[in-house]
Design a protein around this ligand. Structure first.
Ligand code: ADP
Length: 176
């Protein structure tokens, strides 16, 4: 029997969206063991803490029915991606590709990672058409302005995002 193929899907997941969930369920068809790597990414000034992002993902991932019998786990990391991937014994990095706008950044990142370790391949997956345009950044912006984000994120994530923006005083009200 061949070795189990381990893949890492890294991201900030601030918060997890239907787009991410689409990629996660596709990724389970590509690898036997999927590690969803949650980057601390303090530089991006995330809305949710690392612990919150991990916990929200764990909740959502537990709902994914996994017909292939592949395994999934959510693991935070705060180091060079390639070191994280190596320590896990993973051979594949999975990334999602949205429109052309993602291409340049993803292309550069894949090239840098290939230079760091040429035994690890980056594989790009595309979400379904109705999930392709979803981005955490827009979800937060729409929610902040009081818009409806229910089509972009799972129900519980919608609730937590609105609550978080309220707690941080960032939710615009009609009086603003
Ligand atoms: P990062 O900070 O690394 O860009 P994100 O959480 O924004 O992390 O995204 C993680 C990965 O998921 C990236 O490869 C990104 O392109 C991909 N992704 C995010 N949203 C979508 C989507 N709607 N469709 C396809 N891929 C997506």
């Amino acid at each position: 029997m061949r070795d189990r193929r381990i893949g890492v899907y890294p991201g900030t997941f601030d918060p997890v969206t239907n787009g991410h969930m689409d990629i996660i369920s596709r990724a389970t068809h590509v690898v036997d063991h999927l590690v969803i790597g949650v980057a601390a990414n303090a530089g991006k000034d995330p809305l949710f803490s690392l612990d919150e992002r991990v916990q929200m993902l764990e909740e959502q991932v537990s709902r994914v029915t996994n017909g292939d019998g592949s395994e999934m786990e959510v693991v935070p990391f705060n180091q060079l991606l390639m070191n994280f991937v190596d320590a896990l014994g993973a051979k594949v990095i999975l990334r999602g590709l949205r429109a052309v706008s993602d291409f340049e950044y993803e292309f550069q990142m894949a090239a840098v990672n290939a230079r760091l370790n040429d035994r690890v391949e980056t594989v790009f997956l595309m979400a379904s058409e109705n999930h392709q345009f979803i981005a955490s950044r827009f979800v937060k912006e729409v929610a902040r302005l009081g818009g409806d984000i229910s089509k972009f994120v799972p129900k519980e994530i919608e609730r937590r995002t609105v609550q978080k923006l309220r707690d941080t005083g960032d939710l615009m009200t009609h009086e603003d």
